[in-house]
Ligand binder design. Sequence first.
Ligand SMILES: [Zn+2]
Length: 447
Amino acid sequence: MRLISALTTSLLLSSLSTAAHLPKDEKLLSPLPQQPITQDETDDLAKVISSSSLLSLHRALVEVESISGNELSVGELVVSTLEAHNFSVTTQSVPDVNNASAKRWNIYAVPDATKYSSSHDSSPAKNKDKPAQPKVILSSHIDTVPPYIPYSLSRPKHSKSASDILISGRGTVDDKACVAAQIQTVLNLLSTSNSGSSSINPTDLALLFVVSEETNGSGMKFFSNSTLYTSISSNLKAVIFGEPTEGKLASGHKGISMAHIIAHGKAAHSGYPWLGHSANSMILPALLALDKLGDMAPKDGGLPRSKEFGNSTVNVGYMTGGVAANVVPKFAEARVAFRLAGGTPESIRELILGAIGKADPKGELEVDIFQGYGPVPLDTDVEGFESMVVNYGTDVPNLEVAEGVKRYLYGPGSILVAHGDDEGLTVRDMERAVVDYERLVRHALGL
Ligand SMILES: [Zn+2]
């Protein structure tokens, strides 16, 4: 076994989001089958969307394709929307490792203090040059997975309720439902702040929308390492991350590590295999060993388990090797993802390397480990929310927060349809998300 540091982790990282998907065999949770509809019915559904600022914004966001790496147009839409609502917007240009000329932004926005009255700030001029120090950041991502699926509306035949309207298309759930609901939430809170009926201070709130969550988390990592973040985070009490959680509060999500294994053999005629060296035969024992690590007890060398997160799991997600049945293969490679219920990235790395080492005593394989992160615990100390553990990865570990800053993960719609052909959620899901985000913000502010 030989560790290869020269291999970039970008390829491993690019398969991260694919590995993050749950199986799409949970059809029981999929929406009811939809019937073909008439033009009148289509107009009817469209009217429901147009009459709601939340649903119109959501539609506008979904109608702009923003597959990771191509987030510029949707970013422009988000910026113009926020500026039209008197937000002060800062954009961060985030480099794309796969395309040096690509242009896209993280978007950080705070209510413009000169436009939103604040009874809390007696001398606004005093801190004119110091950026606002929000207590709560609401954050979600503006990129989606491929392929683009156009926005569409439908309604179960048995229903006449606007709440039952199903909104489908790429990003309707993951993550533009969260983007639209978080913007609407802050607008609602600001309007109550302006009316004086609540003690919300506009400068306590900020919005953060990042790129590349679905590939390598580079948008959130960029923000986390930026002077902008350092300059605004001194009062931070909570970050509310938006990802589909079926309207529940996630109590945590598993960690992840990945392994990329390469075998170099020697080609020969299959009738004379002793003249070659099969790369497939070299790599198979290592893959079998890794495949068992999730089922093996930790005391016997298996992956960690925990009460909160259950068992760690293994997915031998990609393998290739050889060129034909009658040729001894000279090359083979595989990629394996580990969803972690415990342990640290370093301890998991040792465990993986140990298992491969036993299967490859001569050290012939090349191995590159993407260490990733351990399980991510999240806060759930808000009454009235159900909680759930989720198995997918998020940007939460990519944002460094100070000790004591709460991290909530909440969003409308189900991860079981996000990324699928049938991605969609109901009007009811969307509207409830705004109510729930408001409750989370108020809780975080102690109101
Ligand atoms: Zn997402």
